[in-house]
Write a protein that binds this ligand. Structure first.
Ligand SMILES: C[S@@+](CC[C@H](N)C(=O)[O-])C[C@H]1O[C@@H](n2cnc3c(N)ncnc32)[C@H](O)[C@@H]1O
Length: 231
């Protein structure tokens, strides 16, 4: 059983068909750029877990980018999963991509099951303690040296960019609350949680004046332990 309890996950079904169009209206192609600019760094992976996959664009892209990978997608929205299945069908996806409709907060992950995990605009759906539980549980289950591809909204450090981000985040969280019932109102410290779980950032890119950031992390617990022991 999962250690974290909560009300049912937000229901993204109403957005499944329009999600892509909405993001283009709001941010042009920048969400797509943030999602995929570091994706080629997963090329050699063989077992990739996508959490909160959404409408299947990442799984579809990974079929080409990581030709040897099996891809497992978890999402709590049946309508998103239906979109994703339709998207990858006929592109070799039937063989290599599997789907699971589940709330990640209620899901255990098999230890050493995957050599990469992808969380794109997903961890922002959680309160800080929920995000910490999800990150910790996944981190513990990944293979040594595993990769973590992250993309999400972030708050820039200062200035007009920070003010702009504050306004956008207020609008976005209000919108998702209205459409999906999402109760979260602020970003969790996702990148810090991933680092705390033993991962080291090795590449990053930002878009939209710092509002969108993608980072590639590599599991590095052993070197952290060695550093602590040397101190
Ligand atoms: C903001 S969308 C992002 C979708 C996609 N990753 C992208 O880059 O656009 C969040 C996705 O996470 C899923 N989701 C939200 N909370 C979840 C949970 N607790 N367990 C599993 N999936 C969840 C939603 O159904 C939705 O498809």
């Amino acid at each position: 059983m999962a250690k974290t309890t909560q009300a049912a996950a937000a229901n993204f079904d109403p957005l499944a068909r329009v999600y892509r169009a909405l993001e283009i209206v709001a941010f042009g192609g920048d969400l797509e750029r943030a999602r995929f600019c570091l994706l080629p760094r997963l090329a050699g992976c063989r077992s990739i877990l996508i959490l909160g996959e959404g409408d299947g664009r990442c799984a579809e892209r990974l079929l080409t980018v990581a030709p040897s990978a099996r891809i497992h997608c978890v999402d709590s929205s049946p309508a998103m999963i239906a979109q994703a299945k339709a998207r990858v069908a006929g592109k070799g996806g039937g063989e290599r991509v599997t789907f699971e409709c589940a709330d990640v907060l209620g899901r255990e992950f098999p230890v050493a099951g995957h050599d990469a995990v992808v969380t794109l605009f997903f961890l922002d759906c959680f309160e800080p303690e929920q995000a910490e539980a999800v990150v910790g549980r996944i981190a513990a289950a990944l293979q040594p040296g595993a990769r973590w591809l992250f993309a999400d909204f972030v708050r820039p450090e200062k200035g007009l960019a920070r003010l702009r981000a504050r306004l956008w985040l207020a609008v976005l969280y209000a919108f998702f609350r209205w459409q999906t019932g999402l109760r979260v109102r602020a970003l969790p410290p996702s990148e810090m949680l991933i680092e705390k779980a033993g991962f080291e950032g090795i590449a990053a890119a930002t878009f939209q004046h710092g509002l969108l950031r993608t980072r590639l992390f590599v599991e590095n617990r052993q070197s952290r332990i060695e550093k602590i022991q040397r101190c």
